[in-house]
Design a protein around this ligand. Sequence first.
Ligand code: AMP
Length: 287
Amino acid sequence: MTLRLAVPNKGRLSERSVQILKQSGLEIEDGSDRKLFAAIKNRDLEVMFLRAQDIVRFVHQGAVDLGITGRDLVLEAGMDVKTLIELNFGYCRLAIAAPENSGIDSIEDVKDGSVVATSFPNLTKKYFSKLGKKVEIATVSGAAEVTPHIGVSDLIVDLVSSGSTLKTNRLKEIGVIAESRALLIANRESLETKKEEIKEISAAIKSVSDAEDKKYLMADVPRKALDEIKSFLPGIAGPTVMSIMGREDVVAIHVVVDKDKVYDSVIRLKKLGATGILIVPIDRMVP
Ligand code: AMP
């Protein structure tokens, strides 16, 4: 049975999604960017290139078995799909923002009757009605940031990652509705009918996603420093320690390190007399 996987055809999630497939060892045949769908070499798997928004619906309906899309879009669509993996990219938040000089500094300052421009009308409506605030929603399909400045809205609800777009548009963040990242989602029925196939591909994708936050570190270290090194480089099952021919006092270590700990680890290793430190990326981590 052919498995169908949808990935975003453009936009912020597209490039990394295709890259993840490649890193998983799934080679897209004749993978030109403009294609609508492609086969995967030596696998009973088809990849569809669709808009991130549409992927939720197609997975829900079963037109495709699996999809990579944003958590924000799954929540907004409110459709029942199964989240298989929270992927390590596409991080952003659905935030509420007001013009810098509006005097609106927090959600409490939002008055009934305010107009909120957003391309997330469902989540926005739910959020404000939960707070008991009667706001008017102006649905836009993009560029919500400009609407307060042309008198169309008082506030906006939009996706933010660094916050620089808000700043450029003289807006300030006053609250967060939801946190988002890329997800691998599945159709519930496919999970029953294509259980094994889905298990295989999601394990492959997870191994890539898990490796994303890690680096592989190798170094020659003085044997006497091993205990201290283990305390700050625990690795998955402890660092691998190997002897170096003709050297009693020095050993080689190999260890998986969190990306954000690499910088400090190198400084500590150097202080302990380590040499020949190599840090390399990891494509996949299969437990
Ligand atoms: P697209 O409109 O095709 O670029 O895809 C937008 C999706 O990318 C959103 O629904 C989010 O899931 C994700 N995303 C990640 N970071 C951001 C961001 N800073 N702004 C907008 N979308 C983001």
